[in-house]
Ligand binder design. Structure first.
Ligand code: MG
Length: 374
Protein backbone atom coordinates (compact mmCIF):
# COMPACT_ATOMS: atom_id res chain seq x y z
CA UNK A 1 0.00 0.00 0.00
CA UNK A 2 1.40 3.41 -0.90
CA UNK A 3 1.90 6.24 1.58
CA UNK A 4 -0.92 8.61 0.56
CA UNK A 5 -3.41 5.74 0.68
CA UNK A 6 -2.22 4.65 4.12
CA UNK A 7 -2.60 8.22 5.32
CA UNK A 8 -6.01 8.44 3.70
CA UNK A 9 -7.16 5.21 5.32
CA UNK A 10 -6.00 6.49 8.68
CA UNK A 11 -7.84 9.76 8.19
CA UNK A 12 -10.91 7.99 6.88
CA UNK A 13 -10.95 5.68 9.87
CA UNK A 14 -10.43 8.61 12.22
CA UNK A 15 -13.31 10.48 10.67
CA UNK A 16 -15.49 7.40 10.93
CA UNK A 17 -16.07 7.44 7.20
CA UNK A 18 -18.95 5.19 6.35
CA UNK A 19 -18.15 4.40 2.73
CA UNK A 20 -16.61 1.12 1.71
CA UNK A 21 -12.89 1.07 1.02
CA UNK A 22 -11.22 -1.44 -1.26
CA UNK A 23 -8.24 -1.63 -3.59
CA UNK A 24 -8.92 0.32 -6.77
CA UNK A 25 -10.80 3.13 -5.06
CA UNK A 26 -10.00 6.66 -6.23
CA UNK A 27 -8.15 8.46 -3.49
CA UNK A 28 -10.09 11.17 -1.71
CA UNK A 29 -13.37 10.45 -3.46
CA UNK A 30 -16.14 8.54 -1.68
CA UNK A 31 -16.80 5.39 -3.67
CA UNK A 32 -20.47 4.68 -3.33
CA UNK A 33 -21.15 3.15 -6.78
CA UNK A 34 -20.11 -0.19 -8.14
CA UNK A 35 -16.51 -1.26 -7.92
CA UNK A 36 -14.87 -0.40 -11.20
CA UNK A 37 -11.52 -2.08 -11.74
CA UNK A 38 -9.84 -1.98 -15.14
CA UNK A 39 -10.49 -5.16 -17.10
CA UNK A 40 -8.42 -6.58 -19.95
CA UNK A 41 -9.85 -8.66 -22.80
CA UNK A 42 -8.13 -10.13 -25.83
CA UNK A 43 -8.98 -12.20 -28.89
CA UNK A 44 -7.04 -13.52 -31.90
CA UNK A 45 -7.51 -11.98 -35.34
CA UNK A 46 -5.80 -12.91 -38.59
CA UNK A 47 -4.90 -10.18 -41.05
CA UNK A 48 -5.32 -11.08 -44.71
CA UNK A 49 -2.70 -9.49 -46.93
CA UNK A 50 -3.60 -8.05 -50.33
CA UNK A 51 -0.41 -9.52 -51.86
CA UNK A 52 1.91 -12.34 -50.85
CA UNK A 53 4.64 -10.50 -48.97
CA UNK A 54 8.24 -11.62 -49.53
CA UNK A 55 11.33 -10.28 -47.77
CA UNK A 56 14.91 -11.63 -47.70
CA UNK A 57 14.09 -14.31 -45.13
CA UNK A 58 10.41 -15.32 -45.59
CA UNK A 59 7.14 -15.17 -47.54
CA UNK A 60 3.51 -15.08 -46.32
CA UNK A 61 -0.16 -14.19 -47.09
CA UNK A 62 -1.51 -13.60 -43.56
CA UNK A 63 -0.32 -12.05 -40.29
CA UNK A 64 -1.57 -13.32 -36.92
CA UNK A 65 -2.55 -10.66 -34.38
CA UNK A 66 -4.06 -10.47 -30.92
CA UNK A 67 -6.51 -7.64 -30.37
CA UNK A 68 -6.69 -6.20 -26.85
CA UNK A 69 -9.29 -4.10 -25.04
CA UNK A 70 -9.03 -2.48 -21.62
CA UNK A 71 -12.18 -1.10 -20.02
CA UNK A 72 -12.86 1.09 -17.02
CA UNK A 73 -15.40 3.83 -16.25
CA UNK A 74 -17.31 2.93 -19.43
CA UNK A 75 -14.30 3.77 -21.62
CA UNK A 76 -12.67 1.15 -23.84
CA UNK A 77 -9.03 1.45 -24.88
CA UNK A 78 -7.97 -0.59 -27.92
CA UNK A 79 -4.63 -2.26 -28.54
CA UNK A 80 -3.11 -4.72 -30.97
CA UNK A 81 -0.21 -7.16 -31.15
CA UNK A 82 0.89 -7.90 -34.71
CA UNK A 83 3.12 -10.97 -34.88
CA UNK A 84 4.80 -11.83 -38.19
CA UNK A 85 5.93 -15.45 -37.55
CA UNK A 86 9.66 -14.86 -38.17
CA UNK A 87 9.80 -12.66 -35.06
CA UNK A 88 8.94 -15.54 -32.74
CA UNK A 89 5.66 -14.45 -31.16
CA UNK A 90 2.34 -16.12 -31.95
CA UNK A 91 -1.30 -16.01 -30.89
CA UNK A 92 -0.43 -18.77 -28.41
CA UNK A 93 2.46 -16.89 -26.81
CA UNK A 94 0.40 -13.68 -26.72
CA UNK A 95 -2.52 -15.52 -25.08
CA UNK A 96 -0.19 -17.03 -22.48
CA UNK A 97 1.41 -13.66 -21.75
CA UNK A 98 -1.80 -11.62 -21.63
CA UNK A 99 -3.40 -14.17 -19.28
CA UNK A 100 -0.80 -13.11 -16.74
CA UNK A 101 -1.53 -9.37 -17.02
CA UNK A 102 -3.73 -8.30 -14.11
CA UNK A 103 -4.74 -4.65 -14.42
CA UNK A 104 -7.33 -4.93 -11.64
CA UNK A 105 -4.48 -4.56 -9.14
CA UNK A 106 -3.45 -1.20 -10.60
CA UNK A 107 -5.12 1.59 -8.64
CA UNK A 108 -4.49 4.36 -11.14
CA UNK A 109 -4.33 3.73 -14.93
CA UNK A 110 -2.50 7.06 -15.35
CA UNK A 111 0.72 5.85 -13.73
CA UNK A 112 1.85 4.24 -16.98
CA UNK A 113 5.54 4.30 -16.08
CA UNK A 114 4.88 1.90 -13.23
CA UNK A 115 2.14 -0.20 -14.82
CA UNK A 116 4.15 -0.83 -17.99
CA UNK A 117 7.27 -1.67 -15.98
CA UNK A 118 5.15 -4.22 -14.08
CA UNK A 119 3.86 -5.66 -17.37
CA UNK A 120 7.41 -5.78 -18.79
CA UNK A 121 8.61 -7.76 -15.77
CA UNK A 122 6.00 -10.50 -16.16
CA UNK A 123 8.22 -12.30 -18.67
CA UNK A 124 11.13 -11.47 -20.98
CA UNK A 125 10.44 -11.01 -24.69
CA UNK A 126 6.80 -10.79 -25.84
CA UNK A 127 7.30 -7.24 -27.19
CA UNK A 128 4.17 -7.27 -29.38
CA UNK A 129 1.92 -8.59 -26.59
CA UNK A 130 3.37 -5.91 -24.31
CA UNK A 131 2.80 -3.29 -27.00
CA UNK A 132 -0.87 -4.30 -27.22
CA UNK A 133 -1.33 -3.53 -23.51
CA UNK A 134 0.67 -0.29 -23.83
CA UNK A 135 -1.42 0.89 -26.80
CA UNK A 136 -4.73 0.02 -25.11
CA UNK A 137 -3.74 1.91 -21.94
CA UNK A 138 -2.62 4.95 -23.95
CA UNK A 139 -5.93 4.83 -25.82
CA UNK A 140 -7.87 4.65 -22.57
CA UNK A 141 -5.97 7.55 -20.97
CA UNK A 142 -6.28 9.74 -24.06
CA UNK A 143 -10.02 9.06 -24.21
CA UNK A 144 -10.37 9.78 -20.49
CA UNK A 145 -8.60 13.11 -21.04
CA UNK A 146 -10.50 13.75 -24.29
CA UNK A 147 -7.27 14.28 -26.22
CA UNK A 148 -5.19 12.49 -28.84
CA UNK A 149 -1.64 11.62 -27.76
CA UNK A 150 0.04 13.96 -30.25
CA UNK A 151 -1.57 16.81 -28.31
CA UNK A 152 -0.67 15.37 -24.91
CA UNK A 153 2.93 15.11 -26.17
CA UNK A 154 2.80 18.62 -27.63
CA UNK A 155 3.37 17.58 -31.24
CA UNK A 156 2.18 19.39 -34.35
CA UNK A 157 0.21 17.00 -36.60
CA UNK A 158 1.17 19.13 -39.60
CA UNK A 159 4.77 17.93 -39.05
CA UNK A 160 3.81 14.30 -39.75
CA UNK A 161 6.07 13.07 -42.58
CA UNK A 162 5.24 11.38 -45.85
CA UNK A 163 5.18 7.61 -45.60
CA UNK A 164 6.79 5.14 -47.92
CA UNK A 165 4.90 2.30 -49.55
CA UNK A 166 6.60 -1.08 -49.34
CA UNK A 167 7.23 -3.26 -52.36
CA UNK A 168 8.23 -6.83 -51.51
CA UNK A 169 10.56 -9.04 -53.52
CA UNK A 170 8.61 -10.24 -56.56
CA UNK A 171 8.51 -10.87 -60.29
CA UNK A 172 8.97 -7.95 -62.69
CA UNK A 173 5.27 -7.94 -63.61
CA UNK A 174 4.07 -7.79 -60.00
CA UNK A 175 6.67 -5.15 -59.10
CA UNK A 176 5.46 -2.93 -61.97
CA UNK A 177 1.84 -3.42 -60.85
CA UNK A 178 2.70 -2.52 -57.25
CA UNK A 179 4.49 0.65 -58.34
CA UNK A 180 1.29 1.66 -60.16
CA UNK A 181 -0.77 0.93 -57.01
CA UNK A 182 1.63 3.13 -55.04
CA UNK A 183 0.86 6.12 -57.26
CA UNK A 184 -0.24 8.33 -54.33
CA UNK A 185 2.97 7.69 -52.38
CA UNK A 186 5.92 10.06 -52.78
CA UNK A 187 8.48 7.49 -51.64
CA UNK A 188 8.83 3.75 -52.21
CA UNK A 189 10.44 1.24 -49.88
CA UNK A 190 11.96 -1.75 -51.61
CA UNK A 191 12.90 -5.05 -50.04
CA UNK A 192 16.28 -6.35 -51.20
CA UNK A 193 18.63 -9.07 -50.02
CA UNK A 194 17.95 -11.84 -52.51
CA UNK A 195 19.69 -12.62 -55.78
CA UNK A 196 17.65 -10.18 -57.94
CA UNK A 197 18.48 -6.91 -56.12
CA UNK A 198 19.65 -4.93 -59.14
CA UNK A 199 16.76 -6.25 -61.25
CA UNK A 200 14.25 -5.05 -58.60
CA UNK A 201 15.67 -1.52 -58.65
CA UNK A 202 16.02 -1.42 -62.43
CA UNK A 203 12.44 -2.64 -62.90
CA UNK A 204 11.14 0.15 -60.66
CA UNK A 205 13.36 2.72 -62.35
CA UNK A 206 11.81 1.78 -65.70
CA UNK A 207 8.46 3.12 -64.44
CA UNK A 208 9.23 5.82 -61.85
CA UNK A 209 12.00 8.13 -60.62
CA UNK A 210 10.49 8.55 -57.13
CA UNK A 211 12.96 8.34 -54.23
CA UNK A 212 13.45 4.79 -52.97
CA UNK A 213 14.35 3.53 -49.50
CA UNK A 214 16.02 0.15 -49.51
CA UNK A 215 15.55 -2.50 -46.81
CA UNK A 216 17.96 -5.43 -47.02
CA UNK A 217 16.65 -7.23 -43.89
CA UNK A 218 20.19 -8.46 -43.04
CA UNK A 219 20.46 -10.04 -46.47
CA UNK A 220 24.08 -9.15 -47.37
CA UNK A 221 26.74 -11.14 -45.50
CA UNK A 222 29.91 -9.78 -47.08
CA UNK A 223 30.83 -6.18 -46.30
CA UNK A 224 32.73 -5.55 -49.55
CA UNK A 225 29.76 -6.84 -51.54
CA UNK A 226 27.46 -4.65 -49.40
CA UNK A 227 29.63 -1.58 -50.12
CA UNK A 228 29.65 -2.24 -53.87
CA UNK A 229 25.84 -2.63 -53.81
CA UNK A 230 25.41 0.62 -51.87
CA UNK A 231 27.75 2.48 -54.23
CA UNK A 232 25.62 1.24 -57.13
CA UNK A 233 22.39 2.19 -55.29
CA UNK A 234 23.74 5.69 -54.62
CA UNK A 235 23.43 6.40 -58.35
CA UNK A 236 19.71 5.42 -58.36
CA UNK A 237 18.09 8.15 -56.19
CA UNK A 238 18.05 6.04 -53.03
CA UNK A 239 17.45 7.81 -49.66
CA UNK A 240 18.99 5.27 -47.28
CA UNK A 241 19.74 1.59 -46.74
CA UNK A 242 18.07 -0.25 -43.89
CA UNK A 243 19.79 -3.13 -42.07
CA UNK A 244 22.22 -4.07 -44.85
CA UNK A 245 23.91 -6.86 -42.89
CA UNK A 246 23.10 -9.36 -40.09
CA UNK A 247 22.76 -7.73 -36.69
CA UNK A 248 25.56 -9.88 -35.27
CA UNK A 249 28.08 -8.30 -37.69
CA UNK A 250 28.36 -5.05 -35.77
CA UNK A 251 31.98 -4.31 -36.74
CA UNK A 252 31.23 -4.94 -40.41
CA UNK A 253 28.25 -2.58 -40.31
CA UNK A 254 30.35 0.13 -38.61
CA UNK A 255 33.04 -0.38 -41.32
CA UNK A 256 30.34 -0.13 -43.99
CA UNK A 257 28.86 3.04 -42.49
CA UNK A 258 32.28 4.67 -42.53
CA UNK A 259 32.54 4.17 -46.32
CA UNK A 260 28.89 4.24 -47.36
CA UNK A 261 27.72 7.10 -49.58
CA UNK A 262 24.16 6.51 -48.23
CA UNK A 263 22.88 6.69 -44.63
CA UNK A 264 22.45 3.32 -42.89
CA UNK A 265 19.39 2.68 -40.68
CA UNK A 266 19.26 -0.08 -38.05
CA UNK A 267 16.08 -2.13 -37.76
CA UNK A 268 16.73 -5.74 -36.65
CA UNK A 269 19.75 -4.40 -34.69
CA UNK A 270 17.59 -1.98 -32.70
CA UNK A 271 14.74 -3.50 -30.74
CA UNK A 272 14.41 -1.57 -27.49
CA UNK A 273 15.65 1.49 -25.64
CA UNK A 274 18.92 -0.13 -24.52
CA UNK A 275 19.81 -0.85 -28.17
CA UNK A 276 19.81 2.81 -29.19
CA UNK A 277 23.20 3.69 -27.73
CA UNK A 278 24.62 0.43 -29.14
CA UNK A 279 23.54 1.64 -32.58
CA UNK A 280 25.37 4.93 -32.11
CA UNK A 281 28.44 4.96 -34.37
CA UNK A 282 27.20 1.85 -36.19
CA UNK A 283 24.16 3.30 -37.93
CA UNK A 284 23.13 6.82 -38.93
CA UNK A 285 19.58 6.23 -37.81
CA UNK A 286 17.21 3.77 -36.16
CA UNK A 287 13.89 2.25 -37.18
CA UNK A 288 11.48 2.37 -34.23
CA UNK A 289 8.48 0.01 -34.28
CA UNK A 290 5.90 -0.36 -31.54
CA UNK A 291 5.84 -4.16 -31.96
CA UNK A 292 9.59 -4.41 -31.31
CA UNK A 293 9.93 -1.96 -28.44
CA UNK A 294 6.80 -2.80 -26.33
CA UNK A 295 4.74 0.19 -27.36
CA UNK A 296 4.25 3.94 -27.49
CA UNK A 297 5.90 4.82 -24.20
CA UNK A 298 9.23 3.14 -24.95
CA UNK A 299 9.09 4.32 -28.58
CA UNK A 300 8.85 7.91 -27.33
CA UNK A 301 11.92 7.35 -25.14
CA UNK A 302 13.87 5.75 -28.02
CA UNK A 303 13.09 8.63 -30.36
CA UNK A 304 14.11 11.16 -27.70
CA UNK A 305 17.39 9.34 -27.00
CA UNK A 306 18.22 8.98 -30.69
CA UNK A 307 17.57 12.71 -31.16
CA UNK A 308 19.92 13.44 -28.25
CA UNK A 309 22.59 11.37 -30.00
CA UNK A 310 21.98 13.31 -33.22
CA UNK A 311 20.75 10.20 -35.02
CA UNK A 312 17.99 10.03 -37.61
CA UNK A 313 14.72 8.32 -36.74
CA UNK A 314 12.41 6.25 -38.85
CA UNK A 315 9.03 5.06 -37.58
CA UNK A 316 8.07 1.67 -38.99
CA UNK A 317 5.40 -0.96 -38.55
CA UNK A 318 4.41 -4.55 -39.26
CA UNK A 319 1.29 -5.38 -41.21
CA UNK A 320 -1.21 -4.04 -38.68
CA UNK A 321 -4.77 -2.75 -38.55
CA UNK A 322 -5.43 0.99 -38.23
CA UNK A 323 -5.42 0.42 -34.45
CA UNK A 324 -1.65 -0.05 -34.05
CA UNK A 325 -0.90 2.14 -37.07
CA UNK A 326 -2.85 5.05 -35.54
CA UNK A 327 -0.97 4.54 -32.26
CA UNK A 328 2.38 4.78 -34.08
CA UNK A 329 1.14 7.75 -36.09
CA UNK A 330 0.77 9.73 -32.84
CA UNK A 331 4.59 9.80 -32.72
CA UNK A 332 5.10 10.54 -36.39
CA UNK A 333 5.57 14.34 -36.04
CA UNK A 334 8.82 13.52 -34.14
CA UNK A 335 10.53 11.48 -36.86
CA UNK A 336 12.45 12.03 -40.10
CA UNK A 337 11.01 9.10 -42.03
CA UNK A 338 7.78 7.14 -41.70
CA UNK A 339 6.94 3.72 -43.03
CA UNK A 340 3.38 3.37 -41.82
CA UNK A 341 1.69 1.60 -44.71
CA UNK A 342 0.86 -1.51 -42.64
CA UNK A 343 -2.93 -1.07 -42.72
CA UNK A 344 -2.95 -0.35 -46.45
CA UNK A 345 -1.44 -3.78 -47.14
CA UNK A 346 -4.34 -5.71 -45.54
CA UNK A 347 -7.85 -6.56 -46.73
CA UNK A 348 -9.67 -6.81 -43.37
CA UNK A 349 -8.87 -3.68 -41.35
CA UNK A 350 -11.48 -3.42 -38.57
CA UNK A 351 -10.44 0.10 -37.46
CA UNK A 352 -10.51 3.59 -38.91
CA UNK A 353 -7.94 6.11 -37.73
CA UNK A 354 -4.80 7.71 -39.07
CA UNK A 355 -4.88 7.73 -42.85
CA UNK A 356 -2.47 8.43 -45.65
CA UNK A 357 -3.53 11.50 -47.62
CA UNK A 358 -1.54 12.36 -50.70
CA UNK A 359 1.26 10.15 -49.39
CA UNK A 360 1.43 11.90 -46.00
CA UNK A 361 0.60 10.44 -42.58
CA UNK A 362 -2.61 12.20 -41.54
CA UNK A 363 -3.61 12.07 -37.89
CA UNK A 364 -7.19 11.80 -36.71
CA UNK A 365 -8.29 14.39 -34.11
CA UNK A 366 -10.11 11.61 -32.23
CA UNK A 367 -8.90 11.13 -28.61
CA UNK A 368 -6.50 8.42 -27.44
CA UNK A 369 -4.73 6.69 -30.32
CA UNK A 370 -7.24 8.20 -32.72
CA UNK A 371 -8.73 4.93 -33.93
CA UNK A 372 -12.37 3.85 -33.90
CA UNK A 373 -13.72 0.38 -34.54
CA UNK A 374 -15.21 0.41 -38.04
MG1 MG B 1 13.19 -3.24 -41.85
Amino acid sequence: MNKPRRLFLKQAAAAGAAFLLRPGITLGRPHSHMVNDMTLRFYPYTLELKHTFTIATSSRTTTPTMMVEVEKDGIIGYGEASMPPYLGESQDTARAFLSKVDLTKEDDPFILEQILADVDRIAPGNPAAKAAVDIALHDWIGKKLGSPWYRIWGLDPAKAPVTSFTIGIDTKEVVRQKVKEADVYKVLKVKLGRENDKEMIETIREVTDKPIRVDVNQGWNDRSFALSMIEWLATKNIEFVEQPMPKEQVDDIAWLRDKSPLPLVGDESVQRLADVHKAYGVFDGINVKLMKCTGMREAYKMITLARGLDMKVMLGCMTETSCAISAAAQLSPMVDWADLDGAVLIKNDMFRGATIEDGKVTLSPAPGIGAVKA
